[in-house]
Design a protein around this ligand. Structure first.
Ligand code: ARG
Ligand code: ASP
Length: 710
């Protein structure tokens, strides 16, 4: 069996230009894919997708915030993304009095739209390959650091040149692990207002229980509007700003989705690691994922219990819980999927072929002959530091609210001679709004025990081990947490208000919890981070060489660059799958399934009364399919990853038919290895979105500015 799977993979990899199901393609190079896309049914040209001289689909797509995608659906700057992408904003406008998370939010006119500090959306104006410019002058330098300096200098130059005389911003990003570089010229808007969001019982229906799973019934959307200055250019929030007029927006197609239909997802995939060395995959499966899952297990258990018991806690920790649980669950699916695929064996087999290819030619042997051995040694060296780093990241850095307070204050103590009283007060007002010190103390004690008992001696500072030398470490930890300034909103704010730097610093330096965090940070930088970084840099250098060799080896076959939060196109078709023996998943779900899951006793499945009424009346209007059902979500075989959330799912005509928001459980290893049989992206059907806006929320005035294709 393994042999068969192996064989089909090797065939698959060597012909993946033919069965190009996997792949996140660079929009400027789409000429190479367009024939296949058209064979699959796409009716537009590469030029319609990306062009800098006239408007194209790319002009209707934004990077939403720092890690999601959004798309324009009206000529007045109306934008749609996922509910889980707007979650932070919806939550920050929520309180017990205005609980928009629970009840939803609908601006009934433009004056009611809510501004969001810190949120921006970014349009791509142009991207261009600049490898030669970035690497210019580096071939005569021998010293690695000097090469890096030269590259940085070149990048600055390229960026400045690309945006000279404009209000645009530029970034240069490496592709193929530094074998190529592209410059991106972007236009970033900062006045982005919340227009509408369904209640969580729709937008997050199924919650963390259904997350990463099919069958799915989540109405995962939220609406925003981009505002610009009177000249249609980016402007910071002002009541005088006007709705942005985009170069392009998507018509919404409600004519129906069938199995086999062409689909394309166009957005901002964050990170993939398709060209990882076998041992790295093995370490993910055997060490990294199990470690991180176990740590988050401990934290989530505490949060879940507290959130169930108290409504205020539920609001305070909703976003934190969701983001902690999201990767936690994905890592578990990823581990399973990599094991099922025999990913390590597949990698080893292709490395064997690679080795033969290298050794069959003397020049190659000289250049690439050590690549695999080098990986092997470096990943062995990295392993203990990787473990310590994962523990530090999960437990210390991302573990507790009090560490967040610490890191904000530590910067002040270290680098500043004055206190920016207003700024600090507003930071801590926001911070403590979502903190319950009792909840945090339990998380703190539980995680720090884990750190102490499970990491190597050399990564534990004296300050922590001395606490465990007592026989009631639990109580001691608790006391340190409870008596700390970091957890007392009142005391901390009073201290800031005094505006006395000396006193401020002294109080913190003498705080036991602050001291403990200082000692943890110190040991991290001295004994973990520095070593980890130095080995990782060597791995990156070797990875660059490996990918250079692969590009040479694959030659004319298409090999896509790993995702790097730049705009990519991926395409496939609407299709279900078979998750396990004897089970077939259909390609879509309907409102019937929401009613099937309905259970007022379970938070994640508590269907709103109004939705149940509409169901009973079968009042679906123009949004029903030809069987009279109301479609909710659908599956397709597009290769997506984190960051693709909110991405438009585009049909053969270039119309919007769905919003991407997730992947299926059995396919979550696709960031490392794609399996065409099991990897599916999950999208919200636009008909359900329109139904919710129109029939459920009564915000049908919003439909007037959309272009709906029947
Ligand atoms: N799994 C999806 C993604 O990675 C959705 C996450 C948000 N939903 C949640 N229940 N936490 O972003
Ligand atoms: N849910 C992910 C996101 O937020 C998408 C994915 O990982 O498939 O981007």
């Amino acid at each position: 069996m393994i042999k068969l799977v192996l064989f089909s993979f090797l065939v698959f990899f060597s012909f993946f230009s033919v069965i190009a199901r996997q792949g996140m393609w660079v929009p400027v190079l789409l000429q190479e894919n367009i024939d296949e896309m058209q064979q699959m049914g796409f009716t537009l040209s590469a030029d319609d997708v990306y062009n800098v001289n006239h408007s194209s689909l790319k002009d209707a797509i934004v990077l939403f915030g720092r890690g999601c995608t959004g798309e324009l659906i009206s000529n007045d700057g109306l934008l749609v993304t996922n509910h889980h992408c707007g979650y932070g904003q919806i939550q920050s406008h929520s309180s017990i009095e205005h609980d928009y998370l629970t009840d939803g939010f609908w601006a009934m006119n433009r004056n009611e739209e809510l501004a969001n500090e810190g949120l921006s959306v970014t349009f791509l104006i142009e991207m261009r390959e600049v490898t030669d410019e970035v690497l210019a002058g580096t071939d005569t330098i021998n010293d690695a650091i000097l090469i890096q300096d030269k590259i940085s200098e070149n990048i600055e130059f390229v960026k400045n040149e690309a945006i000279a005389g404009t209000h645009y911003e530029a970034v240069v990003k490496p592709f193929y692990n530094g074998n190529q570089y592209y410059v991106f010229v972007n236009e970033r808007f900062t006045d982005v207002r919340l227009v509408g969001a369904p209640p969580s019982a729709i937008g997050k229906f199924g919650g963390d229980t259904d997350n990463w799973m099919w069958p799915r019934h989540t109405g995962d959307f939220s609406l925003f509007r981009i505002y610009a200055g009177p000249d249609n250019k980016p402007a910071d929030y002002s009541p005088n700003n006007v709705p942005y007029q985009p170069r392009k927006f998507f018509p919404i197609d409600i004519s129906g989705i069938n199995s086999g239909d062409f689909t394309m997802v166009f957005g901002y995939p964050g990170t993939t690691q398709q060209y990882l060395f076998s041992k790295a995959v093995q370490q993910i499966v055997e060490q990294r994922n199990p470690d991180r899952v176990a740590i988050r297990d401990a934290k989530l258990k505490i949060l879940a219990e507290k959130m169930d018991a108290n409504r205020v806690t539920r609001i305070q920790y909703a976003a934190k819980y969701a983001s902690t649980s999201n990767a936690w669950k994905k890592w578990q699916g990823e581990t399973k999927g990599l094991k099922r695929l025999n990913a390590v064996e597949i990698k080893l087999a292709s490395e064997k072929l690679f080795d033969e290819w290298v050794n069959s030619n003397i020049d190659r042997e000289n250049k690439y002959g050590n690549v695999l051995n080098t990986f092997d040694e470096l990943y062995d060296q990295l392993l203990p530091y990787q473990k310590a780093k994962d523990y530090f990241d999960e437990i210390v850095m991302r573990g507790t609210d009090s560490y967040r307070a610490y890191s904000r204050l530590a910067r002040n103590v270290r680098d500043k001679d004055t206190i920016d009283v207003d700024k600090e007060l507003s930071f801590f007002d926001e911070h403590f709004k979502d903190v319950d010190p009792v909840v945090d103390s339990e998380v703190f004690v539980s995680l720090f025990q884990k750190y102490f008992y499970e990491t190597d001696q050399r990564f534990i500072p004296e300050e922590l081990s001395s606490l465990f030398a007592t026989d009631n470490a639990y109580d001691v930890l608790l006391k340190i947490h409870n008596s700390s300034l970091l957890n007392s909103s009142q005391e901390l704010k009073a201290l800031i208000e005094k505006n006395d730097v000396e006193r401020f610093k002294k109080a913190l330096i003498n705080d036991e919890l602050f001291k403990l965090f200082e000692s943890m940070s110190r040991i991290y930088y001295d004994s973990i981070f520095t070593q980890h970084r130095s080995i990782s840099q060597k791995i990156e250098k070797n990875q660059k060489l490996y990918v250079e060799a692969l590009l040479e080896k694959e030659n004319d076959k298409m090999m896509y660059p790993d995702a790097n939060l730049t705009m990519r196109v991926t395409y496939g078709k609407v299709e279900g799958y078979r998750p396990s023996d004897g089970v077939t998943y259909k390609h879509y779900t309907t409102l019937d399934g929401i009613i099937e899951k309905d259970n007022p006793e379970i938070y994640d499945y508590d269907v709103p009364d109004r939705l149940r009424e509409l169901y009973l009346k079968s009042d679906f209007g123009q949004y029903a399919n030809n069987k009279g059902e109301l479609p909710v979500c659908f599956l397709a075989s597009n290769h997506t990853t984190g960051g693709n959330s909110g991405s438009p799912v585009i049909n053969a005509k270039g119309h919007l038919v769905g919003i991407n928001f997730d992947r299926c459980w059995e396919g979550t290893m696709s960031d490392i290895m794609f399996d065409p049989e099991m990897c599916r992206n999950i999208s919200l059907d636009m008909r359900y979105m329109l139904f919710v806006i129109d029939k459920f929320a009564g915000a049908s005035y919003l439909l007037n500015e959309m272009q709906i294709v029947k």
